[in-house]
Design a protein around this ligand. Structure first.
Ligand SMILES: *Cc1c(COP(=O)(O)O)cnc(C)c1O
Length: 450
C-alpha cells in the first residue's frame, strides 16, 4: 500500500517556532516611521503586547511555543500531509505531489496557527479586547475562535463587499462571539471620511486595517492583531513547514519544489522558511510563491518602502507593493488581494532565494475543480492558486519525463466559497491583468522614504 496520508502524533507537534531573521543573507530592512527613521519597539506598544513586539524584531533562531498555545494548536495539529495520488494519476505525471492540509483547523485555514498565539500573548499582557480586519473572513473567523479560547472580546472590521458576499463567514465569527462591523464604518474617523467621499465604498483590506488600528490605538484595554505580513505571524506559521519536513522524512522524501499561495506571505513563510537551511546547505530546493495575476504584488510590484494600510497609520515597510491606495477590482474578494507583502518574503524574493509566479483566475478555478474531483477536498480559491502552481510543475515534469517531488500548502478548504465556484461554473469569471498605468500611478503615491 503506498502512503496516501502521513500523520504525526500530538507529541510530535513542534516545540519551537523557527525565526528566519538571524539566517537572512542580508540584515532585514527596518520598519520606518513617518519621519523616515526606524521605528522603536516603544512606538508599537499602543497596539501590540510586549511578547509580540519582541518576536517581531527577535534575532533568536528558535522561540519556544508556550504550553497553552501548544495545547490550543493540538485541537487540529499536527495537520495531515497527503500524497495526491489521484491527482498524479489524472495528470499522468511522473512527479510526486504532496500537500499539507491546513483546512483541518476549526476555522478552515492556516490562520488560527497565529491567531491562538496572538490571543494568548495579549491575554497574558492583560488586554481584554482585540480589533482586527478581515477580507474574505478567514482571519476574522480565526481570531474570533482564538479570542473565545483565551477569553478576549474580538471586534472585526470586515471589508464591506465580503460582508455581503460571505454572510456565513460573518455568522461563524458571531457564533464564536465576535462583533463584526462592515468597513468602511461610521465607528472611526477613517471610516467616516471614506464614506463621505463614497457612500457605496466597497471597502478594501487596507481601509479595514486603518479602522482596526485606529480603534486599538485609541483604547487602553484594546490591542490590534494582524493575520499576515508581519514577522511574528510568519514565525507562528513555521509549524507548517517543520511538520511537513518531519512527515516527508517518514517516507524518505525531500521536496524539489515547494509552492504556496501568497497574499501577505504568512503561509509562504510558514511552509518554506523551515527548508531554507537545507537550501543554504546546498540542497536544490525551489520555493515558489503563487499569486493572482489580478494582484501581482511580487511579480509586477515595486520593491520600495510603503505603508501597510491605505491611510498611512502603519509603519512604512520595504516590500513589493502595488501602492497602498491599490483598490482591488470587485471580482472574487479573496485573501490574496493585499497591495503589499511580508518584508521577509519580499527580501528573500529580491535576493533570488524565493521565486514567484502569477496565475490567472479561470485557470486557478479549473485547477481547484480538478483537485476537488480527484482528491475530494474542495480548496479555498486562495489555495487553488498553489494547486494551479503544483499542477503546472507536475505537467512540466511530465513534458520533460523527469521525476520530481512537489510539496504545497493547501492553505484552506473552500466550503464558504461555493458562490465563487458557482460563478466559475456559470462562466461568469473573467481573467483580469492588473493594468500597467495603475502600476505606474501607484509609484507616484509611495512615501518618501529610502
Ligand atoms: C489568508 C489566506 C491566504 C493568504 O494569506 P498568507 O498570509 O499569504 O498566507 C491563503 N489561503 C487561505 C486559505 C487564506 O485564508
Amino acid at each position: 500500500m503506498p502512503e496516501h496520508k502521513i500523520l504525526l502524533n500530538e507529541s510530535e507537534l513542534p516545540t519551537h517556532w523557527y525565526n528566519v531573521i538571524p539566517d537572512l543573507p542580508t540584515p532585514m530592512s527596518p520598519y520606518m516611521g513617518p519621519d523616515g527613521q526606524p521605528i522603536t519597539p516603544e512606538s508599537m506598544q499602543a497596539i501590540f503586547p510586549p511578547a509580540i513586539i519582541e518576536q517581531e524584531m527577535s534575532d533568536q533562531r528558535w522561540i519556544e511555543i508556550p504550553e497553552p498555545v501548544r495545547d490550543a494548536l493540538c485541537l487540529w495539529r499536527p495537520s495531515p500531509l497527503y500524497r495526491a495520488k489521484r491527482l498524479e494519476e489524472a495528470l499522468g505525471t511522473p512527479a510526486k505531489i504532496y500537500f499539507k492540509h491546513e483546512g483541518v483547523s476549526p476555522a478552515g485555514s492556516h490562520k488560527p496557527n497565529s491567531a491562538v498565539a496572538q490571543a494568548y500573548y495579549n491575554r497574558q499582557a492583560g488586554i481584554r479586547r482585540l480589533t482586527t480586519e478581515t477580507g474574505a473572513g478567514q482571519w476574522g473567523s480565526s481570531l474570533a475562535l482564538a479570542g473565545q479560547m483565551f477569553g478576549l472580546d474580538v471586534h472585526v472590521y470586515m471589508v464591506n463587499v465580503s460582508y455581503h458576499q460571505k454572510p456565513f463567514r460573518r455568522s461563524m465569527m458571531q457564533t464564536w462571539g465576535a462583533e463584526v462591523i462592515p468597513s468602511p464604518s461610521r465607528k472611526t474617523e477613517t471610516g467616516r471620511q471614506a464614506l463621505e467621499k463614497d457612500p457605496d465604498n466597497p471597502g478594501s483590506l487596507g481601509l479595514a486595517i486603518s479602522e482596526a488600528v485606529e480603534e486599538a490605538a485609541g483604547r487602553e484595554d484594546t490591542n490590534y492583531a494582524l493575520g499576515s505580513v508581519l514577522n511574528h505571524v510568519l514565525l507562528h506559521q513555521t509549524v507548517i513547514g517543520q511538520e511537513a519536513k518531519a512527515q516527508l522524512a517518514k517516507v524518505g522524501e525531500t521536496p524539489d519544489v515547494i509552492l504556496a499561495p501568497c497574499g501577505g506571505g504568512s503561509n509562504v513563510g510558514g511552509i518554506m522558511f523551515p527548508f531554507l537551511a537545507d537550501k543554504a546547505a546546498g540542497k536544490d530546493i525551489r520555493m515558489v510563491a503563487v499569486e493572482p495575476s489580478s494582484c501581482p504584488t511580487l511579480t509586477r510590484g515595486h520593491y520600495a518602502y510603503d505603508y501597510g494600510d491605505s491611510v498611512g497609520l502603519t509603519p512604512i515597510m520595504k516590500m513589493y507593493t502595488l501602492g497602498h491606495d491599490f483598490m482591488p477590482p470587485g471580482i472574487h474578494a479573496g485573501g490574496l488581494r493585499y497591495h503589499g507583502d511580508s518584508v521577509l518574503v519580499s527580501q528573500l524574493y529580491h535576493e533570488g532565494i524565493l521565486e514567484a509566479v502569477a496565475v490567472p483566475q479561470i485557470a486557478t478555478f479549473e485547477a481547484g475543480v480538478l483537485f476537488s474531483r480527484t482528491q475530494g477536498i474542495i480548496p479555498a480559491p486562495e489555495s487553488a492558486h498553489a494547486v494551479r502552481g503544483a499542477i503546472d510543475e507536475a505537467l512540466k515534469a511530465k513534458a520533460e519525463g523527469k521525476e520530481k517531488t512537489i510539496l504545497f500548502t493547501l492553505s484552506g478548504h473552500g466550503h464558504f466559497d461555493m458562490a465563487a465556484y458557482d460563478r466559475y461554473f456559470a462562466g461568469d469569471l473573467e481573467d483580469f491583468d492588473y493594468p500597467d498605468d495603475a502600476l505606474n500611478q501607484a509609484l507616484h503615491n509611495l512615501p518618501d522614504v529610502e
